[in-house]
Write a protein that binds this ligand. Structure first.
Ligand code: SN0
Length: 315
């Protein structure tokens, strides 16, 4: 079993229920991973993903190896048949097979480079490891999705929803840099499995991949979208159509206390790291309605549930 996208979740309700049970008793399965090893491969920075996945693995008795591939690994070649006389030292074919001999599970973080849409959509790094590794692979944010984050968000929504069918708004927010679509994509895919009134709001030109947002309600007026919302999930992403471009940094889209006042005592969510007073005002981030720290806490239990299911599939 791999965990590559939200679409691997057959029954989100049951997964969230099981994750909440793990949260109550995190070391219940402390022997499940005994004498097995997970390798965490990072091609980009990480705080929550690295520490929560490691914590989840330790809770299951796994040994953990971490490698910062971008800084400490050989530069990898991904294309077939290349004459490797430039700056790439090793092909993913050998790397993935070798790492599979040391690890029972491989987890990979490799962001979108936002240079070539087709390459990013192919999830070059993740899918090549899937192809050439002989062990299960976990997505710790690929160029397309961040399914461990979205599963943690589903746990947080379940714990905090005031009614059975809450109104949940995914809002674009400004940012100085071009950011990937992965967090937003997986959040949308997760919300499509929820019983919720789900609305996406962003400036014109920031439409996400329509293959992913099909059937979603899009409201270009942010204040209108916020009306009566129970949850505001903020995230910046770069343009998808004009691929990887920053076409607006309009501060009118920042999440402020005035905007939160339009909601139904809405809870604020963000995956972190967050740029204060650009994406969200201090007052909102620090208010009692902010769930960001609890979202990060739930990363442990989302990772632990996924690793538990993979370990069970091995035995
Ligand atoms: C990443 C993203 O995909 O948007 C990871 C989020 C979990 N975020 C960033 O790269 C933020 C970088 C910054 O400088 O604010």
């Amino acid at each position: 079993m791999n965990y590559l996208s939200i679409n691997e979740i057959d029954n989100l309700k049951l997964w969230v229920k099981e994750a909440l049970a793990l949260k109550k008793d995190p070391i219940k399965y402390q022997n499940l991973g005994k004498n097995k090893t997970i390798g965490l491969l990072f091609f980009n920075p990480s705080l929550r993903t690295r520490l929560s996945t490691q914590k989840a693995a330790l809770n299951l008795g796994l040994n953990v190896i971490v490698m910062n591939f971008d800084k400490e690994g050989w530069a990898l070649e991904f294309n077939d048949g290349t004459v490797m006389n430039q700056n790439k030292s090793e092909h993913v074919k050998e790397a993935a097979q070798v790492i599979s001999q040391y690890c029972d599970i491989i987890a990979i973080r490799a962001f979108a480079k936002l240079e070539n849409k087709a390459v990013d959509l192919s999830e070059e790094v993740l899918q090549n490891f899937v192809k050439y590794a002989s062990v299960p692979v976990v997505n710790m944010e690929s160029s397309v999705g961040h399914p461990l984050q979205a599963l943690a968000d589903a746990i947080t929504l379940e714990e905090n929803k005031p009614i059975n069918k809450p109104k949940v708004v995914l809002t674009w927010a400004p940012h100085p840099k071009a950011l990937p679509h992965a967090v937003a994509n997986s959040f949308v895919e997760m919300m499509q499995k929820q019983d919720a009134d789900f609305v996406i709001t962003h400036p014109k030109g920031y439409e996400l991949d329509q293959e992913i947002t099909k059937n979603c309600t899009i409201e270009y007026n942010q204040e209108k979208a916020f009306e009566n919302a129970d949850f505001i999930y903020a995230k910046n992403w770069s343009a998808f159509t004009d691929y990887g471009k920053v076409i607006s940094q309009d501060q009118k889209w920042q999440i402020t206390a005035d905007k939160m006042a339009l909601t139904n005592k809405g809870k604020f969510m963000h995956c972190l790291p967050v740029r204060r007073n650009v994406v969200v005002a201090d007052k909102v981030l620090e208010s009692s309605n902010s769930l960001v720290i609890e979202q990060a806490n739930n990363r442990t239990f989302s990772a632990q549930l996924v690793l538990k299911k993979i370990l069970e599939s091995l035995s």
